[in-house]
Design a protein around this ligand. Structure first.
Ligand code: TAP
Length: 482
């Protein structure tokens, strides 16, 4: 099949593909499936100027919330109609299983529909008790041009945590997807235009972070920057955005723990732990990469976990039966293998997987056996650093205090899960775990109305929910003496 060849999407239309292009190879087969234009500073400037014009002079921020909501609901419908196309692009380019990719599209539709509701319900406050002849109102207005920089692991879903909320508020956007997985973002921009989003409101520039992303972060014409990616790049974004002190929201790395107490429903806990770590091939910011299990139940729990892990189906992402697909690219696979090597050197034991799969149909892909490391010391690199692959570390604990201390001991604070039937323990853990999200008897759950985000080096700001929407608005106080 011919690769898809894309130009940038600027001011309501696709530009011709540029001569300088990035060729994306599907991680499952090694075949080139798409070519993206390598954006320059000039391309990025053109997109920012289009977004600026659309915000300062275009109709979108001036429409009523109900009119914006109508367009968003049309967009949700178009995404529904294009579900299979979007899911296939994501599965092919990211390597995630097609079943999961379909779930990502469903999640995207939910965000757009919820954002439509927010567009309609936005309102301010009026103060009438300030004394005679003094009235004030506090209004919420769209915050301006929003830069959005997204990573490769959930190209569509992570965009959906930003874009529908921002345009529901009346903002305009310049999006830079991860260069290697840009197709679904570009197709999404096409659907925005089909739904009736006016020109200049949604713009997509493909290319590298160091050119396109850096330019967006530095631009004085961008009012808000919403970034999802690694903590290292997040630090660079903070520096670059000082140019105009733009408002930032940073969704960064994570190192979530699943704490399993002896009174938990152990069937549910095993399912949850497996889902948490192998979901999206472990390439997930809230991946439950660490299992903290009570010493009284550890041996049986781990034995069952290993048995079930050996039955997971590793395969091509487009096969309906696949549980775990290939990793994003060979450099990343090498990095994950280095982590596994370091774990053994640090005293951990491999009890499942641990190697690249190279035989037969897997030869050209970046496949790794789902891996479990037992007896992982808390000083080990794999206990503390984000691996971003299908690798579970296991550490035993004596009581809840110790489990919470271990969970909190890493530098990240995105999410944690606790498995118990004891409501006192559940509440204690939810209060003391230092993370933006705590799941009890579930994991990697969510809804468009629930905010997500991190503490510590996992970043700041929130996405989704009313709080996420508010990040794309400014508060204006109007005081009137009569
Ligand atoms: P990064 O390498 O940080 O890349 C993220 C985005 O930033 C990409 O679009 C990248 O562009 C761009 N970028 C790179 N350098 C830049 C610069 N100097 N200025 C502006 N933008 C720049 O992350 P990744 O490898 O794609 O994704 C994995 C990381 O994202 C993990 O740490 C993961 O935990 C985190 N993540 C967090 C969340 C949440 S919600 N907290 C969700 C998913 C992932 P190019 O790559 O195209 O060059």
């Amino acid at each position: 099949m011919q690769p898809r060849v894309y130009g940038h999407f600027i001011d309501g239309r696709f530009e011709p593909p540029s001569d300088e292009r990035h060729a994306r190879r599907a991680p499952g087969t090694g075949a080139v499936v798409a070519e993206y234009s390598r954006g320059t500073q000039e391309d990025t400037q053109r997109a920012i100027a289009a977004a600026r014009r659309a915000f300062d002079h275009g109709p979108w921020p001036r429409l009523s919330g109900q009119e914006r909501a109508r367009v968003l609901l049309r967009l949700a419908e178009l995404v529904r109609q294009n579900k299979e196309l979007l899911a296939r692009l994501e599965a092919e380019e990211v390597g995630k299983s097609i079943r999961l990719a379909r779930g990502d599209v469903d999640g995207t539709i939910g965000m757009i529909e919820y954002a439509a509701g927010l567009a309609m319900s936005t309102h301010g406050d009026i103060h009438t008790n300030l004394g005679e002849n003094f009235t004030a109102f506090v209004a919420r207005e769209p915050a301006g041009v929003v830069g959005m920089i997204t990573p490769w692991n959930f190209p569509l879903l992570l965009l959906a945590q930003k874009l529908p909320y921002a345009i529901a508020a009346g903002c305009t956007a310049v999006v830079k997807p991860a260069e290697i997985t840009s197709s679904s973002t570009l197709e999404f921009a096409r659907l925005c235009q089909e739904a009736g989003v006016p020109e200049g409101v949604v713009n997509v520039v493909t290319g590298s972070g160091s050119v396109v992303g850096q330019y967006i972060a530095e631009s004085e014409d961008v009012d808000v920057l919403s970034f999802t990616g690694s903590t290292d790049v997040g630090r660079r974004i903070v520096e670059a955005s000082k140019s105009n002190l733009k408002r930032l929201s940073l969704e960064l790395g994570g190192k979530a723990a699943n704490i399993v107490l002896p009174d938990a429903d152990l069937e549910d806990a095993i399912d949850g732990v497996m889902f948490g770590v192998f979901f999206n091939n472990g390439e997930c910011c809230v991946s439950g990469a660490r299992l903290l299990v009570h010493e009284d139940i550890a041996d049986d729990f781990i034995a069952e976990l290993v048995r079930r892990t050996s039955r997971l189906r590793v395969g091509q992402p487009l096969d309906d039966g696949t549980d775990v697909g290939p990793l994003i690219h060979s450099d990343h696979l090498d990095k994950v293998l280095d982590y596994i090597g370091s774990a053994e050197a640090d005293g951990a034991r491999i009890v499942s997987g641990g190697s690249r799969i190279t035989d037969g149909a897997f030869g050209d892909g970046t496949f790794l056996e789902p891996t479990i490391l037992d007896a992982v010391p808390t000083t080990a690199k794999v206990f503390n650093e984000e691996i971003f692959g299908p690798v579970l570390t296991i550490t035993r604990f004596r009581d809840l205090d110790e489990a919470i201390e271990l969970a909190n001991s890493v530098e990240y604070g995105l999410a944690n899960s606790v498995w118990t039937k004891d409501i006192d323990k559940a509440l204690t853990a939810s209060r003391r775990l230092r993370s933006g999200t705590v799941w009890v008897n579930t994991t990697i759950d969510g809804a468009p109305m629930l905010p997500g985000g991190g503490v510590k080096k996992s970043g700041y700001g929130r996405e989704m929910g009313q709080v996420g929407f508010d990040e794309f608005t400014e508060v204006k106080t109007v005081q009137i003496r009569t």
